[in-house]
Design a protein around this ligand. Structure first.
Ligand code: T4K
Length: 405
């Protein structure tokens, strides 16, 4: 196969994104009808009937008492942390290094200093032992992330946290419809938030939700997301505006009936990749099956040394083919320029996070203009061709790096 880095001709005519939105024709039709119903009612936001219906559906799906929709997961985390009383008194938040930067930034926005802990190499979630080592008298909260919907070890984390009198909340941004042993986000006795961003398995275009069984916390969040109003319109709390529009809720409701089919499609893509990479030295697949359900939105591999070219060389070479791989969440929060500066200029080395994030590569799981199985097979074929030509790919990448020196 001629690679675009040599021939100049990309293998895919259209860019294939890792997180292109999933919108089936039937979802669009349902959305138009639901959105029209909101216009017919002339009720477009402020806890409307579509928003309430979606909250009930999401809560039922996850078998929790409350799903509290908000404008996005970043703001959901912010409102949640303030509602848990974490917004006063300062201190530290223990955060898994392998997460989206918003998890750490939001801690700062409530006045907590993020301290980054290492990960479990299998789940990519917070490692309970490293969490213990990183605890300090200033730790107010621990925030594990369920990376790619693989649940972090919440039973152990919550038990250890309780022994030390520290609160827990979880970043379940990727974990809509995921679980471990039947327990999903919001069922581990601590609040968790999911992201409903357009790139996610299930979306309200922009959106997020806190899932919890805690009535008092749910009531506090309802007030804080709505300017501090009580249900009867009295200002009884401090608050902000994190409300969801009826149009976003309409998109969520329109998408719900498509989720089983969507999961089946994503699983088929995964199976194509798994079969193609089975037994290939240098391409190790991140396991998502085993302990529980996954939504298969993400497909990650680790490009190991025996591949013969660096991960960044592979990432750049496959981009030239219009396969827009992502490096979630490389280089790790602890190595971002901002947090290195906050840490006095030296990142804390976290060997397992550094190893995983130095080699991770996320492949597209949905495609534009090509049937999904065929497209996945072509992406896999490309990665295998890059591996076969690893020497020349690395040489090309060395030259590219030289040009920017
Ligand atoms: N915690 C974790 C662990 C998270 O992963 C995230 C978000 C959060 C918290 C916070 O959740 P939110 O506040 O966002 O609800 C994306 C998403 O923007 C972000 O939501 C997500 N995680 C993160 C993992 O991925 P980017 O910068 O990688 O991708 P983005 O938005 O540029 O989209 C990916 C590609 O998809 C684009 O290159 C183009 C394509 N695309 C994107 C959109 C939005 C389309 O083709 N059409 C579109 O409409 O952040």
């Amino acid at each position: 196969m001629h690679l675009a880095i040599h021939s100049g001709v990309p293998h895919f005519a259209e860019p294939q994104h890792v997180g292109g939105p999933l919108v089936e024709p039937e979802t669009r039709e349902r959305f138009h009808t639901l959105a029209d119903s909101a216009f017919d009612r002339n009720y477009l936001t402020n806890d409307g009937p579509l928003c309430r219906r979606l909250e009930e559906e999401v809560a039922r799906r996850h078998q929790v008492k409350h799903a509290l929709l908000m404008v996005n997961a970043t703001i959901a985390q912010l409102v949640l942390m303030r509602s848990m009383g974490l917004g006063t008194g300062g201190g530290e938040a223990l955060v898994a290094a392998d997460t989206f930067i918003s998890t750490a930034h939001t801690c700062e926005w409530v006045g907590l200093k993020p301290v980054f802990a290492d990960i479990d190499s299998r789940t990519l979630g917070l490692d309970p032992q490293d969490m213990l080592n990183s605890l300090s008298p200033k730790t107010r909260v621990i925030i594990p992330t369920h990376v790619f919907g693989v649940m972090a070890d919440l039973p152990t984390i919550t038990r250890l946290a309780a022994e030390h009198g520290v609160a827990v909340l979880a970043d379940a941004a990727h974990a809509f419809d995921c679980d471990c042993g039947g327990a999903g986000p919001g069922s581990f006795g601590v609040p968790e938030f999911v992201s409903l961003h357009a790139t996610k398995f299930f979306s309200t275009i922009e959106g997020g939700a806190v899932l919890t069984n805690d009535d008092a916390l749910a009531s506090e969040i309802r007030q804080q997301r709505n300017f501090g109003y009580s249900p009867d319109g009295v200002i009884i709390n401090s608050g902000t505006n994190a409300k969801v529009t009826e149009i976003s809720a309409a998109f969520g409701l329109a998408s719900l009936p498509a989720l089983e089919e969507r999961k089946r499609m994503l699983k088929e893509v995964r199976e194509v990749y798994l079969q193609a990479f089975a037994g290939t030295p240098g391409i190790r697949v991140h396991e998502v099956d085993g302990a529980g359900r996954n939504n298969y939105r993400y497909f990650a591999v680790f490009i190991e040394e025996v591949f013969g070219a660096e991960r960044d060389a592979v990432h750049q070479a496959i981009h030239r083919e219009n396969v827009l791989t992502r490096l979630y969440f490389s280089p790790g929060c602890h190595r971002t320029a901002y947090f290195v500066r906050q840490n006095g200029g030296t990142p804390t080395p976290l060997p397992r996070a550094d190893a995983a994030l130095g080699s991770i590569l996320c492949l597209p799981t949905s495609f534009v203009g090509i049937p999904h199985r065929e497209a996945a097979a072509r992406v896999a074929e490309l990665l295998l061709a890059i591996r076969r030509q690893a020497g020349s790919v690395q040489a090309w990448w060395n030259e590219e790096k030289e040009k920017t020196r």
